[in-house]
Design a protein around this ligand. Structure first.
Ligand SMILES: [Zn+2]
Ligand SMILES: [Zn+2]
Length: 155
């Protein structure tokens, strides 16, 4: 679990879609999967997850692209800012994971792991000591801690 203030606010670049989360995030991770990278146009995407009932949207309705059955990826219909990954969180029920840079103050949500590490863009090595997982953190093999380019043969 991640310590954060009771309420954290965020929204898209133009401000049409706003949201707030209440209580603790169940997890903050860097995701290297190709789908997240495509949706964001970024080499890696950092997500903070909440149960859907911890989240309140306001302003314009967010648009949702269904990237696979049961998985929604939301964005602002005016400015196009990619906002969320939304779907079934298993034991957690419906979940909404926000892209970290859409929070007004992302500093309060601190990542604890890398997910889908093998799918990362090879030139994007990461110099932190967080655990790197093969798939979603927690329910997939832990591959390594720390950077690949440590002078040793790569994984
Ligand atoms: Zn917008
Ligand atoms: Zn992903």
């Amino acid at each position: 679990m991640v310590d954060n203030p009771e309420t954290v606010t965020g929204g898209c670049m133009c401000g049409a879609v706003r949201y707030e989360t209440r209580g603790e995030s169940f997890g903050v991770i860097h995701c290297h999967c190709q789908s997240c990278r495509k949706h964001n146009g970024a080499p890696v995407v950092t997500l903070a997850g909440f149960k859907a009932d911890q989240v309140k949207f306001s302003g314009d309705e967010r648009k949702i692209y269904e990237s696979s059955p049961g998985v929604g990826r939301a964005f602002c219909g005016k400015c196009g800012t990619p906002l969320t990954w939304e779907g079934d969180g298993g034991d957690l029920g419906p979940i909404i994971e926000f892209h970290i840079s859409t929070f007004d103050n992302p500093n309060v949500l601190v990542p604890t792991a890398h997910a889908f590490h093998p799918e990362r863009i090879p030139w994007f090595d990461i110099a932190d000591n967080l655990p790197r997982y093969e798939g979603f953190s927690g329910n997939s093999p832990l591959l390594r801690h720390g950077p690949v380019s440590d002078g040793l043969p790569s994984d």
